[in-house]
Design a protein around this ligand. Structure first.
Ligand SMILES: Cc1ncc(COP(=O)(O)O)c(C=O)c1O
Length: 312
């Protein structure tokens, strides 16, 4: 489908294999390089999917205001898509998230409102952002993309999974897929696309990744952490236990350290959630050993985190 401007540059990202971090005793680890998307994040895929689906069925009318709560990645992608398509956008976010993301949303012309949370991503933060976005939608008649409850955004990631199936050289087939979950859209969309390739992928192991400091999917209490994009303190509404085979809790210090190591040793320059993805992928690859293949994602670019604690 022909899309205007930068929208046609979404997707078809490269995939690379870890060269040194997964040594001889590990399974292969392959990483989908989603920073290659126009705003430097896989969220471009879901923002486009949410807007196009709402246009198609009339929930979104030409020129209508759009509203969303976001840590800034979805917001940056939505701001990009709305700018090209001519929709005004109001964003509810927080100073708990990277300043780069807030500036990116504004660069694309979005109106951004921040809820202060200087201590980090607390269990109360995302619910407060959701309430404020719902209030704006009720007051203005805006179209609320409501990412956590939006089924179209999951569909937006199906292509990512299909690209992986097309791109990876065989054999071995994919043994495992892991992904840090916020909305769980990426995890669900990709794992469903991979599972649809069954029986070509017998016994695909699907692991969701969460912060050890807020390991609610593992049955732990909600807590405060600094791995942006997930660990919201409650189960994402579209993710059910049947959707995954394992939960891996990654401590934020390890997520940060792994992101830094991937930058220096592999040239994979990313943020903390990618660090969590890589740490979990290495755990699985160490368990499986040679002859297997583990797939995960570079969620976004390290450029989004340069002024924060990760690289300073
Ligand atoms: C930086 C970052 N990493 C990971 C995720 C998790 O992605 P998903 O919402 O598809 O589960 C997000 C989502 O907001 C994110 O912004």
């Amino acid at each position: 489908m022909d899309r205007p401007g930068g929208l046609s540059a979404i997707g078809n990202t490269p995939v690379v294999r870890l060269a040194s971090m997964a040594g001889d005793r590990y399974a292969e680890v392959w990483v989908k390089m989603e920073a290659a998307n126009p705003t430097g994040s896989y969220k471009d895929r879901m923002a486009l999917a949410m807007i196009e689906a709402a246009e198609a069925d009339g929930r979104l009318r030409p020129g209508q205001l759009v509203v969303e709560y976001t840590g800034g990645s979805t917001g940056s992608s939505l701001a990009f898509v709305c700018a090209v398509k001519g929709y005004r956008l109001r964003i509810v976010s927080s100073d708990a998230f990277a300043a780069e993301k807030i500036r990116t949303m504004r660069a694309f012309g979005a109106e951004v409102e921040l809820i202060p949370s200087p201590e980090g991503i607390t269990p109360a933060l995302i619910p407060a952002m959701m309430r404020r976005a719902a209030e704006i939608a009720a007051q203005t008649g805006a179209f609320a993309t409501d990412q956590f409850n939006n089924a179209d955004m999951v569909e937006g990631y199906r292509r990512l999974g299909e690209e992986l199936l097309d791109q990876l050289p065989g054999p071995p087939p994919i043994s495992a897929f892991c992904s840090y979950v916020g909305t769980a859209g990426c995890f669900l969309g990709v794992s469903r696309a991979l599972a649809a390739a069954l029986p070509a992928l017998p016994g695909l192991h699907r692991a969701v990744v969460e912060p050890a400091e807020s390991a609610v999917l593992s049955g732990g209490p909600p807590g405060t952490h600094h791995i942006e994009g997930g660990g919201i303190g409650q189960r994402p509404p579209q993710l059910w236990p049947a959707d995954y085979d394992e939960v891996i809790g990654v401590p934020e210090a390890r997520a940060f350290a792994t992101a830094r190591q991937a930058t220096r040793d592999e040239g994979i320059f990313s943020g903390p959630s990618t660090g969590a993805n890589l740490a979990a992928a290495l755990d699985i690859a160490g368990r499986l050993g040679p002859g297997h293949r583990v797939v995960t994602l570079q969620v976004d670019s390290g450029l989004k985190y340069l002024t924060g604690p990760l690289y300073s």
